[in-house]
Design a protein around this ligand. Structure first.
Ligand code: ATP
Ligand code: MG
Length: 443
């Protein structure tokens, strides 16, 4: 049995690990039992990159989240959502990391697709209500059993077999959103459905169970699809099973814009390849609904019961990019160095959107030059030569001189990058003069 605490420490990034420590401290303050659950634990065991973190608390989870927020030095930058009736808290960090802290509960189902009756209980009941065995494992974060794995449904063995297995034969009819989840996980993790799960999946699909999917569940899946590493692949897999119409009845064939989305996703990758992160969710949604008539687009928003802040992820792209295009056509981008500084500030998704939607050659050239020429140039600046001129690497001055040289190079003020000494000396003088000026102004 691997040492899960060690895995936790070594596989979570510092941001994620800090959250685990903070939630632990907050739960201890209230003397509540705390467990790591859900996708993070599954991915930890599988060796897959960890995205979000879900916690289960035996008791008042909202209290734990509120204590965490009281102590967290960066509390102001965390967006917190509370659902008191579910005793759940959802935190979104500026890095995009989302954290769910929920009270352990059982769910009793009535008619298929109907909202379950909820009772707040302990961790074992909580694991039983979950969708698949691989998602029904818990890691104790309690002081006296920290690191102990609870796996009553043999989820670890299924992860090792790369199999998705339901916990009950009615799993898909009870909550038909799980049909979408099964395909999403299968595609993302390259797992198979186990034999009985496959049979249950087909039977539920054939009986049209997806019609009973809850709007909130669909909304969640729709949003999550946009956060996938390869959402287009997932969309294709869902279409193959006839599941995309659950989001909107028009989402089939060309209306799904799979071809357009494939092009956008490729372009997003090429931007990421030059080192600029792209939050693809916005462009993905924009181009996903691009081929729907306006009336259907509104209908989609209503069906998904999307909050304004969720919608803005894609509705804000067009106005924001228009503003950027205006700036790129005006004084703010009058020289190559100004253009560079302006584009450097932009998030990857905006550059992507601009390249897709604003075909004017002058603007396209500016962005492409930035992405594929100028950023590369910046990586090959004459650092060694600057060092030989007596400026110590790692100092602010070193960076300032390199920057001044780079702007001059971009603006055509350096005759040849093969003879950098003279222009470097000029850049040093410029930086030193600037420093003196600043010192005088301060005194
Ligand atoms: P991801 O990597 O996409 O975040 P995840 O497994 O963490 O995967 P979430 O949607 O974040 O998925 O849900 C967290 C956990 O909540 C799941 O692992 C699962 O245990 C449980 N869960 C979520 N949706 C359902 C559902 N429809 N039915 C049963 N359990 C669910
Ligand atoms: Mg999750």
């Amino acid at each position: 049995m691997p040492d899960f605490l060690f895995l936790l420490e070594s596989r979570l990034n510092p941001d994620q690990y800090r959250v685990v420590e903070q939630v632990q401290a907050a739960a201890a303050e209230h003397e509540l039992h705390l467990y790591l659950v859900g996708g993070a634990l599954r991915d930890l065991i599988y060796g897959y990159p960890i995205r979000d973190i879900d916690f289960a608390v035996e008791g008042q989870a909202v209290k734990v989240a509120k204590s965490l927020l009281k102590r967290a030095p960066d509390a102001k930058s965390i967006v917190a959502d509370f659902d008191e009736s579910m005793r759940s808290a959802y935190l979104t960090y500026p890095s995009g990391l989302t954290v769910e802290i929920s009270a352990c509960r059982t769910e009793r189902r009535g008619r298929p697709g109907q909202k379950p009756q909820i009772e707040f209980t302990g961790i074992y009941d909580d694991l039983r209500r979950r969708d698949f065995s691989m998602n029904a494992i818990a890691l104790s974060l309690n002081p006296n059993s920290r690191g102990l794995l609870l796996d009553p449904n043999n989820g670890v063995a299924d992860i090792e077999r790369h199999e998705i297995r339901t916990l009950s034969s009615a799993a898909f009819t009870d909550d038909p959103v799980r049909l979408i989840r099964a395909i999403r996980f299968k595609t993302r993790l390259r797992f198979n459905l186990d034999e009985r799960t496959e049979e249950q999946f087909r039977a539920a699909l054939d009986s049209g169970a997806i019609k009973n999917a809850s709007p909130s569940g669909l909304h969640n899946e729709f949003r999550e699809m946009g956060r996938e590493e390869n959402p287009v692949e997932i969309l294709k897999a869902l279409e193959k099973e006839g599941l995309t119409t659950a989001f909107h009845p028009r989402f089939v064939g060309s209306k799904l814009n799979l071809n357009g989305l494939t092009v956008v996703q490729k372009l997003a990758r090429s931007i990421e390849d030059v080192g600029i992160p792209v939050r693809f969710q916005g462009p993905f949604f924009y181009f996903l609904q691009d081929k729907l008539p306006a009336r259907d687009r509104n209908d989609l928003l209503k069906r998904m019961a999307m909050k304004r802040s969720d919608q803005e992820i894609w509705t804000s792209l067009e106005p924001r990019t228009k503003k950027l295009v205006q700036e790129l056509s005006g004084k703010a981008a009058a020289t190559p160095s100004k253009t560079y500084k302006l584009l450097e500030e932009q998030p990857g998704e905006l550059l992507l959107f601009l390249l897709m939607k604003f075909p004017q050659k002058k603007i396209q050239d500016k962005v492409k030059n930035y992405l594929h020429r100028h950023r590369k140039m910046r990586q090959t600046l004459p650092r060694m030569e600057l060092e030989t001129l007596g400026v110590a690497p790692g100092t602010p001055k070193f960076q300032q001189v390199l920057d001044a040289y780079f702007w001059a190079l971009l603006d055509g003020k350096v005759r040849s990058s093969k003879e950098p000494i003279k222009p470097l000396k000029k850049a040093i003088a410029e930086v030193e003069a600037g420093g003196e000026k600043a010192a005088k102004a301060a005194s």
